[in-house]
Write a protein that binds this ligand. Structure first.
Ligand SMILES: [Zn+2]
Length: 312
């Protein structure tokens, strides 16, 4: 798509009215000539006071080069393509919402050592298959809600209610791989930017937004807000690929999700609320008939220990 923006080239103070061409990179076009190209991976939020404008910098451009975007559709297009925030910021947001999440969920961390070891084994295999090194160790909480989620920064929670529904290591592995896909694509952060706006996030980080309210909002967004259709499709594709590399299939993920009570059952958010199970998604998962040639991901003993992690 094409959008409007104001461009500062980093050399002079002059404002340039430009067109942004958003395809597989950000092309800055002035009077039909491309004056700069910003690769998506290099685009960051520029530091500065909270504002309704999306202010951007680029790690591979001149240090003072900036883009200012006012138009909502253009902002959304940029947010959906660019990582925007350095990983360290994302980790910080993750830490801030973590405590809030634990308050919402009201579950204790289950830490039976054998179960924890089995979970670490499972996630370790998925992380190496998916080429992920930033995700923290996962944790099971004793809540009976069937849900699992990844925080910005990569921490992954599985609730015991979901673990109870899982009938095989591959079903749980599918969920974990899907969440790791969101971690890899930094979707949690995108969702937060989408729901709260960039000025909200900057406020959260610099303390300009009243702390409690902002963190509360961020916590609810992580738990309840739905990922986009595209994010879901990409996280499933990531799961299929990671499971395929391990000689397993992502089809059991679909089977597990079908056993979860419908969205908003009893006013409680289940995994289906934040990860909507569309017909397309289910079809794609069913079609993942990769031949199961790899070793089992967990031994029977490990799987039993994991299932009982909250009731050792
Ligand atoms: Zn998802």
């Amino acid at each position: 798509m094409d959008g409007q923006a104001v461009y500062f080239d980093g050399q002079t103070n002059r404002k340039h009215s430009v067109v942004l061409r958003i395809a597989d990179r950000l092309e800055i076009v002035e009077q039909d000539a491309v004056v700069a190209v910003w690769p998506f991976a290099d685009v960051r939020l520029a530091d500065g006071p909270p504002t309704a404008l999306l202010r951007l910098a680029c790690t591979s451009a001149l240090p003072l080069a900036r883009l200012e975007v006012a138009d909502e559709a253009t902002k959304q297009a940029i947010v959906s393509h660019c990582p925007l925030l350095p990983q360290a910021w994302e980790n910080r947001v993750g830490e801030m919402v973590d405590r809030q999440i634990r308050f919402f969920i009201r579950g204790n961390a289950c830490s039976a050592p054998e179960g924890q070891a089995a979970l670490a084994t499972l996630v370790g295999k998925l992380k190496s298959a998916g080429g992920i090194d930033n995700a923290h160790e996962p944790l099971v909480l004793s809540s009976k809600i069937p849900n699992a989620f990844a925080l910005p920064g990569g921490k992954i929670y599985v609730l015991d209610g979901l673990l109870e529904k899982a009938q095989s290591p591959d079903e749980l592995a599918g969920v974990l791989a899907h969440e790791l896909g969101h971690v890899k694509h930094r979707d949690g952060m995108r969702k937060l930017i989408h729901d709260g706006g960039t000025s909200f996030l900057i406020g959260l980080l610099f303390g300009d937004v009243t702390g409690a309210g902002a963190v509360l909002f961020a916590g609810r967004s992580v738990l309840d807000a739905s990922y986009s259709r595209d994010a879901e499709r990409d996280a499933d594709a990531f799961a299929s690929q990671a499971m395929g590399k391990l000689g397993r299939s992502a089809a059991p993920l679909g089977e597990l999700l079908l056993r979860i009570p419908g969205a908003q059952a009893k006013g409680i958010s289940t995994i289906l609320d934040s990860h909507p199970l569309t017909e397309d998604r289910l079809e794609a998962l069913k079609k993942d008939q990769s031949p199961v040639t790899g070793e089992v991901l967990l031994s029977n003993g490990e799987w039993r220990a994991l299932k009982r992690i909250c009731r050792p």
